[in-house]
Design a protein around this ligand. Structure first.
Ligand SMILES: [Zn+2]
Length: 61
């Protein structure tokens, strides 16, 4: 395991050291925190949904 290797966040596209991995995809801490706080009426919500949908597509493939 390369626990300290930077990974590319699927939401912001930046390489980050800390975050969570869901299935095979990485989400950095800041994006995860933002997603948790994002409400349905927020203009960023559709973007997160779209990014997350990529995860579910892969997960269910
Ligand atoms: Zn991110």
């Amino acid at each position: 395991m390369e626990e300290n290797a930077p990974k590319t966040c699927i939401v912001c596209g930046e390489s980050k050291d800390e975050g969570i991995t869901i299935v095979t995809e990485f989400i950095c801490n800041s994006c995860e925190a933002t997603m948790v706080q994002t409400k349905v009426e927020d203009e960023k919500y559709p973007f997160f949904v779209q990014q997350m949908r990529q995860l579910w597509v892969k997960f269910n493939a």
